[in-house]
Write a protein that binds this ligand. Structure first.
Ligand SMILES: Nc1ncnc2c1ncn2[C@@H]1O[C@H](COP(=O)(O)OP(=O)(O)OP(=O)(O)O)[C@@H](O)[C@H]1O
Length: 532
């Protein structure tokens, strides 16, 4: 017998400029319970959370219908401040950290501990100074609740994405009032072992009475950690259930309204490749949390080469180092020519592109259209999408060609949008990820690095993304290096897979090798040793 639940949502609806994205949403959530909110990219999950958190974008686009109640009291949030006052903490898909500030400063931001001094009497609170020792303690306390190792002194700009995610969550935990925590795809940027730590922390927070809404495309995590599950499809609740009463398969098919096809399968036959096109020798990369120490690799032309390994072992550092995003050393040769390390223009000019694991940090012009985002790099660096004008005297933008190109990717990658002219900011997270891929494909690279390409992508669309990578490889001969924390995803499309451990390559095996063989490499042990 619980009386009023902590959160009760009744008949919520929302349309953006006539485009209906939520209809009659109702559910409730009790204190200390974890509710999994799942649905395809664009199903309306973030929009629903934006309503609960009083985000300005909702009021600015005509408000919403329906009501929701916090502990029985009708909520009418005019801004996120009202939601914070009511004890709602939210970690959005987009980070809201200040890059030049430390982890500690970000955790206590706007709630800094202050020290009194006599000048305050005369000049007011402005002259209070920061109590750094207390701020440090509070940040440490919040980080401890997450059971994750994070140095409070490090600047946000130097952190890998996974650590930024933990910093955001620690900030919400430091707010003493938080009684409902909304986590929008927190594990999308985490590797599997980091995600395990987060799931554990969520369980502990729930035990202490905090209710959590957990949005995730990783259905196994949802089944593992949630008490209740709500499935959205095209803006409507299509299933409300509990993990003990359902299966991952049932959730996945109710999300998409059909049975899920399996992702692309690896080729049984061994493919033949040309010469070695990328040679990496003694590469080191100083990427925080993903340090690369001594990597040697030879990648063949036309290959799909996978790079896997556990969290923080350096697999993400390799492409970021070669692309000039972090300080690096050693030697990298592409097509028998030296790639200038620490110079981002060098790999680009040689036909090497990359899709970052951090779509939030790099790459998208959120206030520009889908079409402009997809073609911008090709126009800028390769002078494409221009046509002659004034009798050939000048070149102007070819808007028809730009729109046609965008339409092609919208269809191929099944990007959910109203038109190629729609602003990227208005797309759901998973659809923004697809724009990052389209943008890289459109540069027609000879070699493409893709890091965590299906991050934030729903189960149905994963197949589309992996199939597209495979098709570009087969049809255009594009050499692809795919970095992923999901071994099965690597095995489904790669020819060979290297496993990285402690910043170096500990083994390279054909994708047809068994999961166990890869598992042993990741754990830094041999099959024989494991069987002893
Ligand atoms: N500011 C906006 N203006 C117009 N349309 C928007 C805006 N924000 C979201 N939408 C549209 O609302 C729909 C739902 O998007 P939402 O971000 O809620 O999806 P989601 O379920 O969170 O998806 P994902 O799993 O990809 O993050 C999408 O079609 C999206 O394009």
């Amino acid at each position: 017998m619980g009386g009023e639940p902590l959160l009760r949502v009744e008949q919520i609806g929302k349309a953006y400029f006539g485009n209906r994205v939520l209809k009659n949403i109702s559910f409730s959530l009790g204190k200390g319970r974890i509710l999994g909110l799942v649905g395809e990219n664009g199903a309306g999950k973030s929009t629903l959370m934006n309503i609960l958190f009083g985000m300005n974008v909702i009021a600015e686009t005509g408000g919403y219908e329906g009501k929701f109640y916090i502990s029985g009291k009708e909520a009418d949030f005019r801004s996120p401040n009202d939601a914070l006052e009511a004890g709602i903490g939210m970690v959005h898909q987009e980070f809201s950290l200040i890059p030049g500030f430390s982890v500690t400063e970000n955790i206590v931001l706007n709630r800094e501990s202050l020290v009194y001094n006599p000048l305050v009497e005369a000049f007011g609170d402005r002259l209070k100074t920061l109590n750094r020792a207390d701020m440090k303690l509070r940040a440490e306390e919040a980080i401890k609740k997450l059971n994750f190792s994070l140095d409070g002194e490090t600047l946000i700009s130097e952190l890998p994405v996974g650590h930024k995610e933990f910093t955001e969550i620690a900030r919400e935990i430091d707010k003493s009032k938080t009684q409902l925590l909304v986590l929008d795809e927190p594990t999308a940027v985490l590797t599997e072992s980091e995600a395990e730590i987060l799931l554990d922390s969520m369980r502990r927070l729930a035990k202490n009475g905090i209710a959590i809404i957990f949005i995730s495309h990783r259905l196994r995590e949802v089944m593992e950690v949630c008490d209740d599950i709500v499935v959205l499809r095209d803006g409507e609740v299509v299933l409300t259930t509990e993990p003990s009463k359902t299966t991952v398969r049932e959730i996945a098919s109710s999300m998409v309204g059909r049975n899920i096809e399996k992702a692309a399968q690896g080729d049984a036959e061994e493919r033949k490749f040309g010469r070695e096109i990328l040679k990496v020798r003694n590469l080191w990369v100083d990427m925080p949390g993903e340090t690369v120490r001594d990597v040697n690799l030879d990648i063949k032309e036309g290959e799909i080469f996978g790079i896997g390994g556990l969290a923080g072992q350096g697999k993400l550092g390799i492409s970021n180092g070669i692309m000039g995003l972090y300080a690096s050393g050693g030697a990298v040769e592409f097509d028998s020519k030296a790639v200038q390390l620490n110079d981002p223009t060098s790999p680009l000019s040689m036909g090497i592109s990359s899709v970052s694991e951090d779509r939030r940090g790099v790459g998208l012009l959120l206030d520009e259209s889908i079409a402009w985002n997809i073609i911008f790099t090709s126009l800028q660096n390769q002078k494409r999408f221009l046509k002659p004008s004034c009798g050939g005297l000048v070149k102007v933008r070819d808007d028809n060609a730009i729109l046609e190109c965008a339409r092609k990717y919208i269809q191929e990658l099944e990007i959910k949008c109203v038109s190629p002219k729609q602003r990227v900011r208005e797309l759901s997270g998973g659809n923004q990820q697809k724009i990052c891929l389209a943008k890289a494909f459109e540069t027609h690279p000879r070699l493409l690095f893709v890091s965590e390409p299906t991050r934030g992508i729903d189960v149905g669309a994963k197949k589309v993304v992996l199939d597209t990578l495979k098709r570009y490889n087969r049809e255009l001969g594009m050499t692809i290096v795919m970095i992923s924390s999901e071994l099965e995803e690597l095995r489904s499309i790669c020819d060979r897979i290297a496993i990285i451990d402690k910043g170096t390559v500990v083994g390279i095996k054909p994708a047809s090798a068994s999961s166990e063989e890869f598992g042993y490499l990741m754990l830094g042990t041999s099959e024989e040793a494991a069987n002893q």
